[in-house]
Design a protein around this ligand. Structure first.
Ligand code: GLN
Ligand code: ZN
Length: 766
């Protein structure tokens, strides 16, 4: 007998991104909706069969989505704002795509619903919008259809839904504000879930999984009552038949475990990869209700390394001290890992055997479940366990003693830039000779079709390195000339040589590996292919120095060097599990520090170190913000730049303006200048800057680069006026809110002309 196995969710984009390709073809008018349906159906069948063949007991259905499963949940609850309904589409997918991507055509003109990061992953969900006129009711049959579709294939599945609590906490009203949970709303939402349960009872489903990841966050007043009130209304619909698995992930639920346990769910899913100590302590303290099975989430859904069976069995054994009813599960949906290691032929088998993508994780789940119910004797004799132990006993990769030595030799002085920032600011003002309200950009300029085509040719070996470099130089020259013409103060080279702000650096660092096909869904049809941190990281050779030096040689203006910071590189890679994130970030910081010092030596006076992902990876629980993250992430950034001369100006950039709650930590990064997104009249962060006496000079983005719209000079002038109400003019920079690489030249240059003109006009009035 083996323990019950359960998969929380499976990647849906397809082994070769078939879903992405067919949907994008449909958007372009090159495929029909029927073809999209057919591909989707094939993929679902393939994925269910793979899981059935691996012997998974509880196989998910309704984890499929054309865009996003929270959007699907909204649609199931009939939470479809009127402006999308008015488009009057007959096909439900067209309404779905209008909600997720916007629509401009003969039926109307609507923008998309906002998109946000799904907890601490790089997956984005669509934010549901509930209007006063929204009538919450069961809409559509997607979960039932997919359950029956699997059943027809002879596969019994466990339908998966995002739960009502998480839905209500993530949804917003039509003013983008958090909802107030009045009785009518709560009852209406609960009623739909009860109806869904009743329907699945009718169809004969054995288990349903309801995901409530929002339970792993800190609770606001009223949250626990809301949760209880929802489930006391929903659970009676089980009618003694269907079993409900309340699933949580991305952290622990210690603060509500007692409540959850008392509600009498048939299963409680706990993440034993993130927050395992707190979860185990809660289970030991409060016990497990007699009819409840604990689903031990031991197979990591967020990283790609093989599971250490000894660790997983230790966790399962600990739970078994409390209850005999333990199932073995993935810690979260496998949506966040790539499909299979099968196609990674470029990686040495000795390397590849250390990785488990979604398909390989199915095998791990089964082996752990078998071992979970085996006694010591049987475990000792087990071949799978022995083979697994061998992987973890041996040295995977030789440590680089030089890296360890460097880290061991670090002292507080290496994390402290001298002199103090106020002093530096004076020296830099003299050295750089910039006007007040200096203008600049975030780094990249449009990556036109031509640029991408040349890079593709170079990659395929169709043109030589010399020819490619000449081409890039030409792009840089033209970009510099144009920036000079419109009168920007601090120039950039344009980043034409890089396709990506992480992979480009990884390729020039020791310790990184790259995959061919390890794509992970980021949002909608967009996928990312993060590099893997395999060993100790150091810089193999200068990365950007030649390009920046070339660019500086072509102008008398100040040329800004452009780097990606250590926290962002790690957060957008697959991190190692044998050493901490802190250690890996430190190694990366030293590698980028080498690059900073080389740029300085090459005559670059302003260096920007982007930390786009810093805010994004803030832990979910506030109590962990410092101890588990900021206490090392912020010093790592300081380590990168502490070695430069007082006159060298260090910039950083963040894509988010939502950092009013960590404003002092941002200041403690000790950069000289920060640029960030603040284009949508977001004044909260400006207030925070004001109140915190923020020392870093700052460029709150004066226009939104995510839209092709050209802002007028007038509009930017007004924006600058608003900024000057809150900030000291000596500390203000004028820039767009992010890099321009996804824009076209047609809108970029007029926008920047307006930006420069606006800055000049405001300067003249000072
Ligand atoms: N320097 C990068 C660029 O301009 C920054 C990108 C980002 O913040 N994501 O593209
Ligand atoms: Zn950005």
């Amino acid at each position: 007998m083996a323990a019950l196995t359960s998969v929380s969710g499976f990647p849906r984009i397809g082994q070769n991104r078939e879903l992405k390709k067919i949907i994008e073809a449909y958007w372009k008018g090159n495929a029909t909706l029927d073809e999209v349906h057919a591909t989707a159906k094939e993929l679902r069948a393939k994925h269910w069969k793979l899981q059935a063949a691996a012997g998974v007991d509880l196989i998910p259905s309704n984890d499929f989505s054309y865009f996003d499963q929270l959007l699907d949940t909204a649609i199931l609850l009939n939470v479809i704002p009127e402006r999308y309904q008015r488009l009057g589409f007959t096909e439900p997918e067209e309404t779905l795509f209008a909600m997720s991507r916007g629509y401009q055509g003969d039926k109307g003109d609507v923008t998309a619903l906002p998109m946000k990061k799904w907890f601490t992953t790089n997956y984005h969900y669509i934010v549901p919008e509930i209007e006063p006129s929204t009538e919450i009711k069961l809409n559509g049959t997607k979960p039932f259809d997919e359950y029956l579709e699997a059943k027809e294939l002879g596969i019994e599945t466990k339908p998966v839904l995002i739960g009502p609590y998480t839905f209500l906490k993530l949804a917003r009203d039509d003013d983008a504000q958090e909802l107030t949970f009045d009785k009518g709303l709560v009852n209406a939402v609960a009623a739909v879930y009860a109806q869904v349960l009743a329907k699945f009872n009718e169809l004969g489903a054995k288990w349903i999984q309801i995901d409530e990841p929002f339970l792993v966050l800190d609770k606001q007043p009223g949250d626990v009552e809301l949760f209880k009130s929802l489930y006391t209304k929903i659970l009676p619909a089980r009618d003694g038949k269907i079993k409900v698995l309340l699933n949580t992930y991305f952290g622990h639920i210690a603060d509500v475990y007692e409540t959850v346990n008392l509600l009498g769910f048939d299963g409680i899913g706990l993440d034993l990869n993130e927050g395992e100590d707190e979860n185990l302590a809660a289970v030991s303290k409060h016990g497990v209700a007699g009819n409840t099975t604990i689903f031990a989430g031991v197979v990591n859904g967020r990283n790609i390394w093989r599971n250490d069976y000894a660790v997983s069995l230790g966790l399962v054994d600990a739970l078994k001290q409390v209850t005999p009813n333990v199932a073995v599960s993935t810690a979260s949906s496998l949506l966040h890992v790539p499909f299979s290691t099968e196609g990674e032929t470029a990686l040495d088998p000795a390397v590849l055997k250390h990785f488990a993508f979604a398909v390989e994780k199915l095998g791990e789940l089964k082996e752990i479940a078998t071992l979970a119910d085996a006694d010591d004797e049987a475990r000792k004799a087990d071949k799978a366990l022995a083979a697994n132990q061998e992987l973890f006993d041996g040295t995977r990769v030789a440590a680089d003693p030089k890296v360890a030595e460097r880290i061991a030799a670090l002292t507080d002085a290496d994390y402290t830039r001298q002199p103090a920032r106020a002093e530096r600011q004076k020296l830099q003002r003299e050295a750089l000779g910039l006007p007040l309200l200096p203008t600049t950009t975030i780094g990249s300029f449009p990556q036109t079709r031509e640029v991408r085509a040349e890079r593709a040719k170079f990659r395929k070996g169709e043109i030589t390195k010399e020819a490619y470099d000449e081409f890039i130089k030409g792009q840089i020259d033209a970009c510099i000339k144009h920036q000079e013409e419109i009168g920007l103060d601090v120039l950039v080279h344009g980043e034409f040589e890089r396709n990506d702000m992480v992979e480009y650096f990884g390729q020039n660092l020791n310790g990184f590996l790259f995959t061919k096909n390890a794509w992970v869904q980021s949002y909608g049809t967009r996928c990312v292919k993060p590099p893997i941190v395999w060993g100790d990281v150091s810089r193999a050779k200068p990365i950007t120095v030649a390009w920046s030096a070339y660019a500086q040689s072509r102008t008398n203006h100040v040329m800004k060097g452009m780097l990606t910071g250590p926290v962002t590189i790690l957060n957008w890679s697959w991190p190692r599990e044998d050493i901490t994130h802190e250690q890996q970030t430190q190694q990366l910081a030293l590698a980028i520090r080498d690059e900073v010092l080389d740029l300085e030596a090459a005559g670059i006076k302003v260096i920007q170190i982007d930390e786009a992902a810093l805010r994004e990876k803030l832990p979910l629980r506030k109590t962990d913000w410092h101890s588990k993250y900021l206490d090392w992430a912020v010093p790592a950034f300081r380590l990168v730049h502490s070695g430069v001369k007082p006159t060298t100006q260090i910039h950083t950039h963040m894509c988010y303006s939502e950092f009013n709650d960590i404003i002092r930590d941002i200041d403690a990064m000790d950069a000289d200048v920060i640029s960030f997104e603040a284009s949508r009249g977001d004044l909260v962060v400006l207030d925070a800057i004001h109140e915190a006496n923020f020392e870093t000079e700052a460029g709150p983005g004066v226009y939104d680069i995510h839209s092709p719209r050209i802002p007028s000079e007038q509009e930017i002038e007004e924006r600058i006026g608003e900024i000057l109400k809150k900030m000291d003019v000596e500390k203000v920079w004028i820039n767009p809110d992010c890099g321009l690489k996804t824009r076209g030249n047609a809108e970029t240059w007029p926008s920047l002309e307006h930006l420069v003109a606006a800055a000049k006009a405001v300067r003249a009035q000072l």
